[in-house]
Design a protein around this ligand. Sequence first.
Ligand SMILES: Cc1cc2nc3c(=O)[nH]c(=O)nc-3n(C[C@H](O)[C@H](O)[C@H](O)COP(=O)(O)OP(=O)(O)OC[C@H]3O[C@@H](n4cnc5c(N)ncnc54)[C@H](O)[C@@H]3O)c2cc1C
Length: 304
Amino acid sequence: MRDHQRLTLLTGVQVVGLTLSGFRCTGVEYVQDGEVVAVTAAKEVVLTAGAVDTPRLLMLSGIGDAEHLRQVGVDVVHDLPGVGGNLYEHVILSGLCFAPAEPLPPPNNNLEGAVAFWRSDAGLATPDLVFVAVQIPLVSPEVGAAYPPPAGGFTLAPALGGVRSSGRLALTGPAPDAPLDIQPNMLADPADVEALVRAVEIGFDLAGQPGFSKLIGSWAAPPRRLDRVAVEEFVRLSATPFMHPVGTCAMGTGPAAVVDGDLRVHGVDGLRIADASVMPTTTSGFTHAATVMIAERAAELLVG
Ligand SMILES: Cc1cc2nc3c(=O)[nH]c(=O)nc-3n(C[C@H](O)[C@H](O)[C@H](O)COP(=O)(O)OP(=O)(O)OC[C@H]3O[C@@H](n4cnc5c(N)ncnc54)[C@H](O)[C@@H]3O)c2cc1C
């Protein structure tokens, strides 16, 4: 496929913006060996830079919330307030960490082997929690300061897939390499805190099961079962982004929507998005498979 005469694959280049003629996207500009190169599209451009860089490229090109763009010195082409908003991120807790009863064998290349999906509330239609077994002592700096992790330890990390909190990302300036201001607003919704408190309590129950008794030598972080108040504090100290950002160019029809049902950017001709940024909300499981489905659908739309 790489040798196909209709495919040119460039690596080691950075796209720095879209070229636009009025409200039509005509191509992209990228930097190669320090030079800006423009390439034009005969039909359309498909952005696939992911949930962080796709909204960044739109905003750098003048497509985004007009007030925000003016504040950071970008000329406004098309006022599309939803760009960079609706940022969903799964939350993983860096803890519950245990010292093994016996030294563990060498880890595999991903440090993990199994995940368990669970419901924080039995009445939920689908699981909202994930437990990730990791063969290292995975603790946040704050948890590590409170409970020093054991060498050779392992972790049963509770995570929340069904998050309700959402945030946003924004430019800090008009340069392509200016840092982004990213605010995922994790734990902003009390329901997320409640679900993660349940997750920790379920994690304690799991660690107490006979199946783990041969594996666990001692509890380390935390060193014992905690009460409700201490569990909530533990959630706040251990909460970390799971690196599953989605939703920053959400599909829909309302004023906050960025793409339509055919992945076309509202109000801009010749421009589609095909990555995790178009998810209107997040998945309860991990995000890769859903992104592949979006890509498959994009391919059908383009061929169609
Ligand atoms: C460390 C890590 C572990 C993960 N583990 C899992 C997992 O186990 N299971 C799971 O389901 N999901 C996992 N995910 C999440 C999953 O990888 C993402 O949801 C998925 O890759 C999103 O796909 P995407 O196409 O939207 O973006 P990406 O896969 O991020 O692709 C975007 C691409 O665009 C390129 N790009 C960005 N900006 C520019 C630019 N300006 N110019 C040129 N190129 C650019 C990037 O280099 C990248 O190659 C993990 C993520 C991380 C970071």
